[in-house]
Design a protein around this ligand. Structure first.
Ligand code: URA
Length: 232
């Protein structure tokens, strides 16, 4: 009778290759080609610590602080901007300059509380020097952080402020004035592109059809949608 060992010599099954080792923190932080697997972060604090050591793109060399997010990390509404500006880079908080102050007023006008109802962040976490528009490779390097943030917050509504945020998140290249105020679905999530608050700062008119007037229409539609969702 052949013993087990002899029988195994005739085993024709091909051994599965071992699963690839998960990336090390050093790899994630230094190489944009290394994916960041979904589920990497348990909470925002872990991500903040990581983003402040991140060197996945050139913006790691020039930032003062990474700017991850503020507000309720389990909010029903996630507001996504383009990139941190100077005030944000200095404080580590998104939308704290003039555009941010206007955003607070817009939210308050429809009784949305920025500590409870919204979580505010940007498509990329580090300031581009001189507030230039982020490059495609910078957006790509930072995208896994955004996707992890989205997974953790799990919002019911995403507001994308301005064309760059729309393009960075959804890939939609249409002009913001064409698509603002329209509901769209991206990755199964309800999104609305809205004008960037900085754009409103450059146009003070509140006449019908002005940026301010359009924002007022859009934010009321967002408020109504939130109520609708809450009643489901
Ligand atoms: N503009 C943005 O898009 N994001 C900020 O955080 C500040 C200004």
């Amino acid at each position: 009778m052949p013993n087990e060992e002899q029988l195994n010599l005739f085993d024709l099954t091909v051994a599965e290759p071992p699963p690839p080792a998960p990336p090390t923190w050093e790899e994630i932080l230094s190489n944009a080609k290394i994916p960041i697997p979904p589920g990497t972060y348990q909470n925002m604090e872990e991500m903040v610590a990581h983003c402040n050591q991140c060197d996945r793109c050139r913006l790691g060399k020039t930032r003062t602080n990474a700017v991850v997010g503020r507000g309720n990390p389990r909010a029903p509404i996630m507001i996504v901007g383009e990139a941190p500006g100077q005030n944000e880079d200095e404080t580590g908080q998104p939308f704290v300059g003039k555009a941010g102050q206007l955003l607070e007023k817009i939210l308050a006008a429809v009784d949305l509380n920025s500590q409870e109802d919204v979580y505010i962040c940007n498509a990329i976490k580090c300031r581009p020097p001189g507030n230039r528009v982020p490059e495609a490779d910078e957006i790509a390097a930072c995208r896994p952080y955004f996707l992890e943030q989205l997974r953790l917050v799990d919002p019911q509504i995403i507001l994308l402020t301005g064309a760059t945020a729309v393009r960075a998140v959804t890939g939609d290249k249409r002009g913001i004035t064409k698509i603002r105020g329209t509901w769209m679905t991206w990755e199964g999530r309800l999104c609305m592109p809205i004008l960037h608050p900085a754009y409103l700062l450059r146009n003070s008119s509140s006449d019908r059809g002005s940026p301010k007037w359009l924002m007022w229409q859009d934010i009321q539609a967002v408020r109504a949608k939130l109520e609708e969702i809450r009643q489901l």
